[in-house]
Design a protein around this ligand. Structure first.
Ligand code: SAH
Ligand code: SF4
Length: 348
């Protein structure tokens, strides 16, 4: 019998598990504390649990399913892990430290089905969804690393690693809840962000299922011709449909939305596009996150120069919305946005 992932059980289910093994329900709370607060993965070291429960846990459950394939450290402090699942697939997770934050960019899938032309993850195709346990284990993993390094913890989680999070909606929603829960990792809801390529019906589902977390939409193109040439998803749901969903999201959740916008020389980073983007952003409660292209597979796509970026920004700044520029982190180890990919589909 394969072992189940203990991180995937909520407090109630952990209590049920304890009761099934003849233990009081409060053992569930103790288990949460061991995993989420003490970051313990070895049941035998959970010192306040009775022997019988420990044996039953060892037989049926696990908190560590991932194996480190590699870790790369960037000159800018970014660190990228390649983690191997029990069925032999490899995916990546990226720690991005700043002065005040320890942001973790987690993966929600192995590979991605969306086929965006600028993104290396797309070259893998879609392999499978990560389980709830595998998503949370990335945070546990990096928290254990940080604990040994300097006693810090992951402070922010962004679902911007491999995959389209809304194609794994229920696991991502449950993961966000466990990240945020007081008896979970206790990360503030405003510090948890999910980024989607724009699956319209899923944005509406997400608005109802998980209205408290931050949502970012990868707009990336300011008109349909441009966006469809970069993101096949735009041929299914065009910008008008996407913006309708964005407005409904804002209305249902009362949250400000982020639009991510990739800057590609002579494509998305041109003055006409800035004017279109300004019009889009001016009409709704949102902010714009500009992401200069990071080096990918396609030699045709190039990053704009600093002057081109500034010219684009100066048009946007005439609007009354916030504009941020995302600085690339970890490009030397291919850890920046859109650079995650594992060339091997399956490891023997
Ligand atoms: N799949 C989700 C989340 C992961 S990608 C999504 O697409 O939203 C996170 C962000 O990185 C997205 O906004 C995406 O458009 C951007 N991105 C992808 N490839 C990139 C590249 N080569 N350079 C810069 N940004 C990129
Ligand atoms: Fe998938 Fe996002 Fe990359 Fe597009 S940008 S291929 S949705 S990971």
């Amino acid at each position: 019998m394969p072992k189940f992932h203990l991180l995937s059980l909520g407090l109630d289910a952990l209590g049920d598990f304890a009761v099934e093994t003849g233990e009081p329900r409060y053992r569930g709370r103790q288990l949460r504390e061991w995993m989420f607060r003490h970051l313990e993965t070895d049941f035998r070291r959970m010192s306040n649990l009775p022997q019988k429960l420990v044996e039953s846990l060892e037989e049926k459950a696990t908190v560590s399913t991932l194996r480190e394939r590699s870790r790369q450290d960037s000159v800018d402090g970014t660190r990228k892990w390649a983690l191997e699942t029990q069925d032999g697939h490899v995916f990546e997770t990226v720690l991005i430290p700043t002065e005040s934050r320890r942001s973790l960019c987690v993966s929600s899938q192995i590979g991605c089905a969306m086929g965006c032309t600028f993104c290396r993850t797309a070259t893998m195709g879609f392999i499978r969804n990560l389980t709830l346990g595998e998503i949370l284990e990335q945070v546990l993993w990096v928290n254990r690393f940080l604990q040994d390094l300097d006693g810090s913890r992951v402070s922010n989680v962004i679902f911007m690693g491999m995959g389209e999070p809304l194609h794994n909606l229920e696991n991502v929603a449950l993961a966000c809840e466990a990240l945020n829960a007081e008896n979970g990792f206790g990360i503030g809801k405003d510090r948890i962000t999910v980024s989607t390529s724009g699956i319209v019906p899923k944005i509406l589902e997400w608005a109802r299922r998980a209205p408290n977390f931050k949502l970012a939409i990868s707009l990336n193109g300011s008109n349909d011709t441009l966006r469809s040439s970069l993101m096949p998803v735009n041929r299914r749901w065009n910008i008008e449909a996407l913006l309708d969903a964005a407005d409904e999201y804002i209305q249902i959740t009362g949250q400000k939305l982020t639009f991510e916008y990739i800057l590609i020389r002579n494509r998305t980073c041109v003055p006409e596009a800035a004017v279109e983007l300004k019009r889009i952003a001016s009409q709704r409660n949102c902010k714009i996150n500009l992401i200069p292209l990071n080096r990918g597979e396609d030699p045709e796509l190039q990053a704009p120069s600093e002057e081109e970026i500034q010219a684009f920004e100066s048009i946007l700044r005439q609007g009354d919305f916030e504009v941020l520029r995302r600085r690339p982190r970890g490009p030397d180890i291919l850890a920046a946005c859109g650079q995650l990919a594992i060339p091997l589909k399956k490891v023997a």
